[in-house]
Design a protein around this ligand. Structure first.
Ligand SMILES: CC(C)(COP(=O)(O)OP(=O)(O)OC[C@H]1O[C@@H](n2cnc3c(N)ncnc32)[C@H](O)[C@@H]1OP(=O)(O)O)[C@@H](O)C(=O)NCCC(=O)NCCS
Length: 196
């Protein structure tokens, strides 16, 4: 992990980075751009919660709190609306991955609001995540995805990620229902990575 001032510099770099993309409209390609920068405040958390609501689970707030332990929660903005997110950590959350593949940065919790999909927002988020991973000292970036998630698998293949065929971690996560009860989900995933 590089010193804190270098990580702050990386934050600044990403905060001014524009991710360019193309949207298909009426058969023509129209250029749009997504600004990607780290989530920095409760105001940012409220902005992403407005477009990708997580209710009592408060997933965005939980991810933002992980900034205190060195993670970076990136948000994508279009037309002043927070429309996408991804969490970057310095090492895998999965013990199986750390034991079998080693220690390198990982992205989790990638998501784009339904109305803004297929405009390159996820691509812009992943490119910014790769820059953050490099600033964390990483030479490889990993991720887990459920095998039947065709849009996500299509995205990762398009970005050059390759599957580790013998590493299938279980993603365990919790959510809270409207009555305050906590539920644990366990999803069998495939594991993918690419060099940086
Ligand atoms: C997966 C997801 C993040 C993609 O976001 P997006 O902003 O629509 O993706 P992009 O527009 O940046 O797509 C970039 C490339 O990914 C691939 N891709 C994206 N959506 C796809 C789909 N539905 N089917 C096949 N390929 C797809 C394409 O190669 C695409 O390039 P193209 O549009 O030039 O063909 C979005 O569908 C989503 O939020 N899904 C629900 C949450 C989720 O599954 N997250 C991943 C968890 S591992």
């Amino acid at each position: 992990m590089p010193p804190a001032h270098l990580r702050r510099a990386a934050y600044l770099l990403v905060s001014v980075a524009l991710g360019f993309a193309y949207a298909r409209r009426s058969g023509t390609l129209v250029r749009v751009s997504a600004l990607v920068r780290p989530c920095q405040s409760a105001v940012d958390v409220a902005a992403i919660e407005a477009n990708l609501p997580t209710g009592p689970s408060e997933l965005h707030a939980r991810r933002f709190r992980r900034t205190a332990e060195g993670a970076v929660y990136l948000l994508a903005w279009l037309d002043n609306a927070a429309v996408g997110h991804v969490l970057v950590t310095a090492q895998s959350k999965y013990e199986e991955v750390r034991d079998r593949l080693g220690t390198f940065p990982e992205v989790n919790a990638l998501g784009v609001a339904t109305a803004y999909r297929r405009r390159g927002v996820a691509r812009a988020l992943m490119e910014a995540a790769a820059r953050i991973a490099v600033s964390m000292g990483g030479t490889r970036l990993g991720l887990a995805v459920e095998p039947d998630n065709e849009p996500a698998v299509g995205l990762y293949q398009a970005l050059g990620f390759r599957r580790h065929p013998t590493v299938d971690p279980v993603d365990e996560w919790t959510w809270i229902d409207d009555f305050g009860a906590e539920h644990v989900e366990r999803d069998r995933c495939t594991y993918w990575s690419r060099g940086l």
